[in-house]
Design a binder for this molecule. Structure first.
Ligand code: E4P
Length: 217
């Protein structure tokens, strides 16, 4: 499973990129607002840090206006992936961009039927939002499983990009289901490495090593 980080904070992205674990980045208008910097500047910086797809979202509501914004965003770097909302206009724009070979991420997906439409419109990625479904007492992970099955039934190449991830267990469950990608907030991504028995074991090893009085160098 590929790991994307869901943030527009370039300091966080730089730190995570050093681990070699980062396959891409997703942003959205709320994350750009949080970053507090001009969108095109921050997206260009992210594209310099990460080689994989960097999702940058259009904010227009109508197909032609979306396509105009998409052209502007796609011109920033070769690894831009244009993020489009799951609306009829978003799907029309998706088809037009897919036909031109531009990578697309169709976002705000909350049903398997919406995901089916995005795949038929040629989306590179579909972003089903787990956490926001959980928030309204609908099992978000069920949606990931349904989309996985439907895409496999028909051999769609659209990648399932599990989004709105809130917990480390979401990440594990997405991997078990077979999501192609998980886009993960920086803090959750960092906490995947943590286990109390790792910390405890390391502490015990270090204490015993000290008692040997040796040094490796
Ligand atoms: C995905 O691309 C979205 O940016 C993101 O995962 C939304 O997550 P949220 O529901 O925590 O805002």
């Amino acid at each position: 499973m590929k790991f994307f980080v869901d943030t527009a904070d370039t300091a966080e992205i730089r730190e995570l990129a050093e681990t070699g674990l980062l396959d891409g980045v997703t942003t959205n208008p709320s994350l750009i607002m949080k970053a507090g910097r001009p969108m095109k500047e921050v997206i260009a910086e992210i594209c310099d840090i990460v080689d994989g797809p960097v999702s940058a979202e259009v904010v227009a509501m109508e197909k032609e206006a979306m396509l105009a914004e998409a052209n502007e965003l796609a011109a920033i770097a070769d690894n831009i992936c244009v993020k489009l909302p799951l609306t009829l206009d978003g799907l029309k724009a998706c088809r037009a961009l897919a036909d031109k070979g531009v990578k697309t991420n169709v976002t705000l997906c909350f049903s398997a039927n919406q995901a089916l439409l995005a795949a038929k419109a040629g989306a590179s990625f579909i972003s089903p939002f787990i956490g926001r479904l959980d928030d309204i007492n609908i099992e978000g992970l069920d949606l990931i499983a349904e989309i996985r099955q439907i895409y496999d039934n028909y051999g769609f190449e659209t990648e399932v990009l599990a989004a709105s991830i809130r917990t480390v267990n979401h990440v594990k469950d997405c991997a078990l289901i077979g999501a192609d990608v998980a886009t993960i907030p920086p803090a959750t991504l960092k906490s995947l490495v943590k286990h109390p028995l790792t910390d405890k074991g390391l502490e015990a090893f270090m204490k015993d090593w000290e008692k040997t009085g040796q040094s490796i160098l």
